[in-house]
Design a protein around this ligand. Structure first.
Ligand SMILES: Nc1ncnc2c1ncn2[C@@H]1O[C@H](COP(=O)(O)OP(=O)(O)O)[C@@H](O)[C@H]1O
Ligand SMILES: [Mg+2]
Length: 266
């Protein structure tokens, strides 16, 4: 059973995970994820995977993401959270987990993704639903966390945005098709849940080149996946496509569209 939040028009991270798990999203992979009921869930996942991400089900912007791993070589544990001091301890019982009583959490298998200059990166794809044509893949980019970052979210970690083809050499060969295919499958599946209008998907790429779905963001009653990220790319082709489609769907008259999107203004 999927619990859709009718007030916020939103699927939280746990509900989204359950939904994706029951749908075909190949060739994308989903990290093993469990709902956090008590401390034993963290121990269980750490025993299984050695590293986990603990995330608030309603968190965003990398603010409520905790990284916890066992370091075999040092025989200890390390816990990291953006804007929090790093904790190192011999056992997890002696750590102070920065969890809030009022929040719900998931515990997720930590995947070792490809990095950029030793910083965490992820790919963000953006899709908009055209009332006539259905889901349109607008484009993608890479978000790279700042120096020593725990997450790839740029604002909280002081990171940057880069063209996907700059980071991934195989982008034009097959990566972009895989991203397209998985993004489309996810969006099509979400049509069953609600009439979402925009989707932004976070992907991680592992050393084998496999693509993992880290998070699916949709528009909801309080906001939507960020457009401005795309304005930070040196080439504004994707950003303009995004703005143009948003304006078209909003019913902006032709005369204004021409004024906004003629070559001189690009
Ligand atoms: N399971 C995971 N394995 C590896 N990295 C992860 C994992 N989950 C999250 N991350 C890192 O943390 C970032 C934020 O996680 P995400 O689930 O997107 O939360 P938020 O809603 O705060 O953006 C991701 O972009 C990625 O860099
Ligand atoms: Mg995210």
């Amino acid at each position: 059973m999927i619990n859709f939040d009718h007030e916020r028009k939103f699927l939280n991270k746990w509900e989204m995970h359950k939904w994706l798990q029951s749908n075909d999203i190949s060739p994308g992979y989903l990290p093993d994820t469990i709902f956090y009921a008590d401390f034993s869930n963290i121990e269980e996942m750490l025993n299984r995977y050695g590293r986990v991400y603990i995330k608030s089900v309603a968190g965003f912007g990398g603010k409520e993401v905790i990284y916890l791993s066992r370091r075999e070589d040092r025989n200890d544990y390390i816990l990291k959270k953006e804007q929090h001091p790093i904790q190192v301890a011999d056992s997890i019982d002696s750590m102070v987990l920065p969890l809030s009583e009022s929040e719900k959490y998931i515990v997720q298998q930590g995947i070792i993704f490809k990095k950029y200059k030793n910083r965490p990166i992820c790919i963000r794809s953006h899709l908009i639903k055209d009332p006539k044509r259905g889901w349109v893949y607008i484009g993608d980019l890479v978000r790279a966390g700042g120096e020593g970052a725990v997450v790839s979210n740029v604002t909280i970690s002081g990171g940057e945005v880069l063209p996907t083809s700059y980071i991934f050499e195989n982008y034009d060969n097959y990566l972009k098709y895989k991203l397209y295919m998985v993004s489309q499958k996810i969006c099509q599946s979400l049509n069953v849940i609600y009439e979402f209008k925009e989707v932004g998907i976070d992907f991680g790429i592992d050393e084998k080149g496999d693509i993992w779905i880290i998070e699916v963001n949709t528009n909801d009653a309080i906001g939507g996946p960020c457009h401005l990220l795309f304005s930070k790319l040196p080439d504004w082709t994707i950003y303009n496509k995004l703005r143009k489609m948003t304006a078209e769907i909003a019913g902006v008259p032709d005369i204004i569209m021409n004024w906004l999107f003629t070559d001189e203004n690009q």
